[in-house]
Design a protein around this ligand. Structure first.
Ligand code: NAP
Ligand code: GFB
Length: 323
């Protein structure tokens, strides 16, 4: 990247945006820290509603970015996705169409957008890799979100073919960390269980985990993902997406997640599973072989350490965090 760069981060106030901001300000390494001449701008929806073209255009006119990390989206866990499939499809299609169109109109040199491992085909072979994004219908529980996200990859190829745009995307697995959304119903599993376990301990009530606890997931700590986003922006040259995830060997069950939270919160009370609630996708095991080809020595934060840091952040920021 040239010395004078303006990097616009849409969705900058969210889980991933806050992690990128933290790494840029705190990491002193050449590879991930802020570089001389870089101006980083972290947007929130108060800067403009990216579902509206006029708001999006005003943001690009104001900042004239040379690079964009596009995170802004309607985001939620299994239960929110099951309830609002059209909203997830339409809001994210509107946001993505506006951001990519304005990036082309304003001559942005590179855009890195964000897919998710939950958008892969539900009926598939494992491990899943980047070539399989469009190979069949996604899991029923989040088909709105999944199809909306898959279109980013289609947009990227079309913008590259017709206009030569350097628009690419990453495919993170389940993310967690400070500044997550801790809402009891609409959040992802790790922050949702963190909040539930915290309240169970505080109020002396049972800690109830939804589902059977059997589904399997790979979790990436937001601050590790942030480093990989910065690497993707600076070094990754392909238009094709790249999975950003811990290895298949680091896959854990939802029960393992609940156990780690119980340990981090030091909960001693009654702990059970409500099997009347949905399990969602059983597994979506993704390969990080492509990432390892580029970054064979990248070190992920151990899961229990990351969970402890995230729980500590939640407890310290309980009054002000998103819940
Ligand atoms: P998040 O914490 O919910 O943050 C979403 C961000 O998008 C916020 O900054 C929000 O602004 C902004 N936003 C939402 N609607 C907007 C709109 N209409 N106009 C402008 N800004 C809007 O989400 P996240 O977990 O950081 O997710 C970031 C990206 O990673 C998303 O693209 C998501 O699909 C993807 N992803 C997430 C996960 C995960 O487990 N969390 C996994 C895979 C991929 P406000 O704060 O002002 O509302
Ligand atoms: O993070 P999560 O909501 O989404 O995890 P997915 C759902 C799994 O955790 C299911 C169990 O097996 C749930 O039964 N679970 C247990 C809970 N307790 C809870 C709880 O309190 N809250 C939640 N949310 N789950 C999402 C996609 O799938 O993956 C999104 O729907 C997104 O679109 C995300 O892409 C990364 O991992 O199942």
């Amino acid at each position: 990247m040239s010395s004078e760069s303006v990097i616009l981060v849409t969705g900058g106030s969210g889980l991933v945006g806050k992690a990128i901001s933290w790494v840029i300000e705190n990491d002193k390494s050449e590879q991930f820290g802020k570089k001389e001449g870089e101006k980083w701008i972290f947007l929130t929806s108060k800067d403009g509603d990216l579902r509206k073209l006029e708001d999006t255009k005003a943001i690009f006119e104001k900042y004239r970015p040379t690079h964009v990390i596009h995170l802004a989206a309607l985001v939620g866990g299994l239960f929110k996705n099951m309830k609002y499939k059209l909203d997830f499809l339409r809001d994210n299609m509107l946001i993505n169409d506006n951001v990519l169109f304005m990036a082309k109109e304003f001559g942005v040199k590179k855009v890195v957008s964000c897919l998710s491992t939950c958008i892969f085909p539900d009926k598939t072979s494992y491990p899943i890799d980047e070539t399989m994004v469009h190979n069949g219908p996604p899991h029923e529980s989040n088909f709105g979100y999944a199809h909306g996200k898959r279109m980013i990859d289609v947009y990227n190829r079309a913008y590259h073919d017709q206009f030569g745009c350097n628009f690419t995307s990453v495919i993170p697995t389940n993310i967690f960390g400070p500044h997550d959304n801790y809402n009891l119903e609409d959040s992802h599993v790790l922050p949702g269980l963190t909040h539930k376990c915290y309240l169970a301990k505080k109020e002396g009530k049972p800690f109830v985990v939804s589902g059977t606890g059997k589904p399997l997931r790979q979790f990436i700590y937001s601050r590790d993902l942030a480093k990989l986003f910065i690497w993707t922006l600076r070094e990754y040259k392909e238009i094709d997406p790249i999975i950003l995830s811990v290895g298949e060997e680091d896959e854990v069950s939802i029960k393992d997640v609940a156990d780690a939270i119980v340990k981090a919160i030091d909960f001693k009370g009654d702990y059970s599973f409500d099997t009347s609630r949905a399990d969602g996708q059983y597994k979506k095991t993704a390969s990080n072989a492509k990432l390892r080809k580029y970054l064979p020595d990248f070190k992920f934060t151990p899961f229990d350490v990351a969970v402890k840091e995230s729980v500590e952040w939640f407890v310290e920021n309980y009054e002000t965090c998103r819940k």
